[in-house]
Design a protein around this ligand. Structure first.
Ligand code: ADP
Ligand code: MG
Length: 164
């Protein structure tokens, strides 16, 4: 991990990756650190690598099911051996807070055994808690991506510290 760090300050970590596998590795590391109640926002254009990162997160978290893209179903739910639940939401098609409620986002956030990963978080911002980890992925070349990870709140500052 150390070789890809570009910058690290208390509430921010910037990484670069040069392959989908490396992006998954970063996800894997993050997935191992996740706890129930965590909210991870994944922003970035189509093809930026959000879902690729999620596959790694799911693996590191210990998902018992295969992790894939929920684009056509809004949300995929995974479980691990510890009885945790991992929600992977794709908010691309949500128009407003009522839409976010209709897919059950408030219930996912209230689930004390649940961890939330949400792609296109901008579309559900009104429903998301102010404390969260915000990851912005940017296309920098065919095989390269930049990841900017920003923490809001102490829990997520700790998470960034552990990731670095
Ligand atoms: P999103 O969910 O943001 O739309 P996906 O993860 O579904 O993005 O797709 C990213 C695409 O870019 C995949 O086809 C992946 O193989 C490719 N890719 C190439 N290089 C990288 C990289 N370094 N990190 C992540 N994805 C990459
Ligand atoms: Mg996606």
């Amino acid at each position: 991990m150390v070789n890809v760090i570009i910058a690290q300050v208390t509430d921010r970590l910037e990484l670069s990756t040069h392959s989908p596998a490396q992006t998954q590795q970063i996800g894997n590391r993050l997935g191992q650190l996740l706890q129930p109640g965590d909210v991870i926002c994944l922003a970035g254009e189509l093809g930026a690598g959000k879902t690729t990162l999620v596959v790694g997160i799911g693996h590191g978290w210990g998902a018992l099911e295969a992790v894939n893209s929920p684009t056509f179903v809004f949300v995929n739910e995974y479980s691990n051996a510890g009885g945790g639940r991992l929600y992977h939401v794709d908010a691309y098609r949500l128009r407003d807070a009522a839409d976010a409620e209709s897919i059950g986002l408030p219930e996912m956030l209230n689930d004390t055994a649940g961890t939330l990963l949400i792609e296109w978080p901008e579309r559900a911002l009104a429903c998301l808690p102010p404390e969260r980890l915000w990851i912005e992925l940017t296309w920098t070349g065919e095989e390269t991506r930049a990841l900017r990870i920003e923490a809001s709140g102490e829990r997520y500052r700790q998470l960034i510290k552990m990731m670095g």
